[in-house]
Design a binder for this molecule. Structure first.
Ligand code: F6R
Length: 252
């Protein structure tokens, strides 16, 4: 394990996925132990699944207590029923919340409704994060487009929770899980870049060779909304947790 300071974010490289997940889970557990009413920002996707499994194990075997914790997920497809097998609501229930004692968990509402209602709900989501005391630790993955949450290229540092249009690359990457690209929604509701940057600590996880190129472009390239993950370089407490494959193109 090594830590390198690269223009802002601290970069940690773990030998493999399990070690990476152990490090991130242990950071989350540390926060939950020292602040029982901690507020966590959570991500879906393949990357954090191992972390959620470890947190569930810690709850079971060590009694890690989530009863005072509040969580806010980054995003949800739109339109999307919470009961759908493709919903992030269901994903979080199955991967984490069915296995721990956290009762205050929030995922943006993907149910189909009018634009006014969506905008009011997005404002309420932001307000709920604020009322909970702000996010102590935000977990992120990174998309091939450089998206964080579903903040696709073009999302600037002032964006807040809103309805967004998914990049074609993101839809292609999701196609297999949906049984074909024609079934992947074109839109989603996502926290904004500003919402993410308000977090007190940010942990971006990336694993596998498929992420090596975007990780390199993010860490070595200029800060630009064309690659939204580069906007994290403006945050003073951001950590990139990578396995050796995702770190492949980094100049040590
Ligand atoms: C998920 C999310 C996305 C994913 C990203 C990486 O809530 O907001 O930004 O983190 O697309 O996805 P995986 O982990 O499946 O490679």
């Amino acid at each position: 394990m090594q830590a390198t300071v690269l223009s802002g974010p601290q970069v940690h490289i773990a030998a493999d996925y399990l070690t990476l997940c152990e490090q991130v889970a242990s950071r989350i557990a540390g926060i939950v132990r020292s602040k029982p009413n901690a507020v966590l920002g959570l991500a879906t996707g393949a990357t954090p699944v191992g972390v959620y499994r470890l947190l569930a194990e810690m709850h079971r075997s060590e009694g890690l207590d989530f009863s005072g914790v509040t969580t806010f997920n980054l995003d949800e497809y739109y339109p999307m029923s919470p009961d759908s097998p493709h919903s992030y609501h269901r994903f979080m229930d199955e991967q984490l919340f069915a296995h721990i004692n956290c009762r205050r968990w929030n995922v943006p509402d993907g149910r189909e409704r009018g634009m006014d209602e969506i905008e009011a709900d997005c404002r309420r989501y932001e307000q709920a994060i604020h009322d909970a005391g702000g996010i102590d630790l935000q977990i992120l993955g990174i998309g091939q487009t450089g998206h964080i949450g579903f903040n696709e290229p073009g999302s600037d540092a002032a964006t807040r929770t809103r309805l967004v249009t998914l990049d074609p690359v993101t839809r292609e990457n999701a196609a297999e899980g949906f049984g074909g690209i024609e079934h992947v929604p074109h839109r989603a509701i996502s926290m904004g870049v500003a919402t993410i940057l308000d977090s007190r600590e940010i942990v971006l996880m990336a694993t596998g060779r498929g992420k090596a190129d975007i990780v390199q472009r993010t860490l070595s390239g200029p800060v630009t909304s064309a690659v939204p993950a580069t906007l994290l370089k403006r945050h003073t407490n951001t950590h990139f947790w990578l396995d050796t494959d995702a770190a492949h193109f980094l100049d040590r």
